[in-house]
Structure formats: C-alpha cells, structure tokens
Design a protein around this ligand. Structure first.
Ligand SMILES: [Zn+2]
Length: 266
C-alpha cells in the first residue's frame, strides 16, 4: 500500500483524491499516438485507456492545515470521504489554496451553497482570477459562476500576488501557461524541499514527452516552456513532487533514466 503521508522538514503532506477517471489518452492528448503511449505500460489499462486522478494535497505547516485544490465534485466524487479517512477534517482547514481555477480544482469549494471548509480563507492567484472573471471567459465557465464567484459573496477570498508567501514554509510560485496565472507551491522546511506541481504536467509521460500539451492548456506555447523549465529544475535538484493528476498517491521524483527522463513514483 502506498504511503499517503510524507514529511518534508517540519511540513507534512497528505495525498487525497476525489476520483480516478479512466479515458483514452488521445482525448486529452489528440496529437499523440497509442504507440507512443504503449511506451508506458505502467500507465496503460484495458482497451488502451489510461487512468487519471483528481488529486488534492493537504499540507500541515506552521500549525495551519492547508489544502491545495478541491477536486471536481462529480456525483461519484470521494474527496470528503477520503479526507476524513486520512485524518484531514474539512472543519479544521485554515486555508484553501488554488493552483488555478479549472473545474477539477474548485469542485468542492461549496456544498449546498455554503463553503465546504467553514473556517477557511480561500487563496486565489490574482492573475488567474483576472483571467477567469473576464466577461468573455466567465460567460462560458459555469464552474466559476457556481463554485468560485459565490466565495466572494461569502467574503472568504484572498488574492495571491506573484511569489506569494502562504506560510514561512510555503510559497506560491508563478508557473503560467496551463492557464494564465497558474501557480505551483514550493515547500521549503529545514533544508528539505517539495513542490506541488498543479497542472504543469498531467501525465508521467510528459517527463519524457515534455513538449506534449493536453487540450486543457490555455496557452500551449507558454505551458510547454514552463513545463520544460520546471521539470528540468525538479530533476536537477531531485525535489520531491506532489502531482495531482499522476497515479495515486502522486508523490515522486523526475529522474534521469538511460535514454529519457522518467517519473519515479513513491
Ligand atoms: Zn486539472
């Protein structure tokens, strides 16, 4: 059984999931071929499908309980059960931090019209908010109208500027492209580091095929550039990664293999 909890200096990370969808990899990555995906037998399921995951990372830092992203809240979503099973209780969450505001990252913000995490402040990257609330974007973004804008009425939103210090040990760093203003979370404690990736990459296959952009990338050229920079840095420094869409529990490292970079899950 994988370990869902990992310590980074004085910080604890807990991997939580809202569900495990299965689909053809050609849906998110239409410019790729099944032959290329078969180079990753560990990712392939029956009928040439791949598994994905709607992941949330809970972080305990400086006496605060923080969750990064809130899943999709599909009818079969399991985030609440999974949180409780792993000792992360919604009523104890101090901060909800978003890497970006896609539907699979804001799903559980509200339940029956009320904030799901009753005492939490919700931290949104300012540049990401600016993008999603543009009239021409928000008109087609039902999830923003349903799961994000009501937070404003509840008075629980705070905005994160560039390189926003969340706690002494957590910084939101700019990793744009997947969406404008997308951020990742750098953890630095007692000389140890970890990195909550957000959607800089969606699949371990991108460790090698780093140019691949899923259809969800709003700015593919910028996303590709960011992905190269971030994965090169994570590989060179051997930094522990928490990747929300990677196979459960999503903890691992980007490592240099014989002929290609690989994802080595823990
Ligand atoms: Zn996502």
């Amino acid at each position: 059984m994988p370990s869902y909890s990992i310590n980074v200096g004085n910080v604890e990370l807990v991997s939580i999931s809202d569900g495990f969808p299965t689909r053809s990899p050609l849906m998110p990555f239409p410019d790729t071929t099944i032959e290329q995906w078969r180079e990753f037998p560990e990712l392939m399921k029956e009928n040439d499908q791949i598994g994905s995951r709607y992941g949330t990372t809970a972080v305990r830092s400086g006496g605060k309980l923080i969750i990064v992203d809130t899943g999709l809240q599909a009818p079969d979503g399991i985030l609440m059960e999974d949180m409780k099973a792993k000792g992360v209780h919604p009523q104890e969450v101090d901060l909800v931090v978003f890497t970006h505001l896609h539907p699979d990252h804001v799903g559980w913000n509200l339940t029956a019209g009320k904030p799901t995490f009753p005492k939490a402040r919700y931290l949104i990257p300012q540049r990401n908010w600016d993008y999603w609330t543009k009239p021409e974007v928000v008109k087609d973004a039902e999830h923003i109208r349903n799961q994000v804008l009501p937070l404003k009425d509840h008075g629980v939103i705070e905005f994160m500027g560039d390189d926003y210090q969340i706690t002494d040990e957590l910084t939101a760093v700019s990793t744009p492209g997947h969406t404008p203003g997308h951020v990742s979370i750098l953890i630095d404690s007692q000389g140890e580091r970890a990195y909550i990736l957000g959607d800089v990459a969606h699949s371990p296959a991108q460790a090698h095929y780093t140019d691949w952009c899923p259809i969800f990338d709003v700015e593919p050229d910028l996303s590709r550039k960011t992905r190269h920079q971030v994965l090169d840095m994570l590989e060179a420094r051997g930094i522990l990664v928490s990747a929300g869409h990677f196979p459960d529990p999503g903890f691992g490292h980007f490592v240099k293999g014989e002929s290609r970079r690989m994802w080595q899950g823990i």
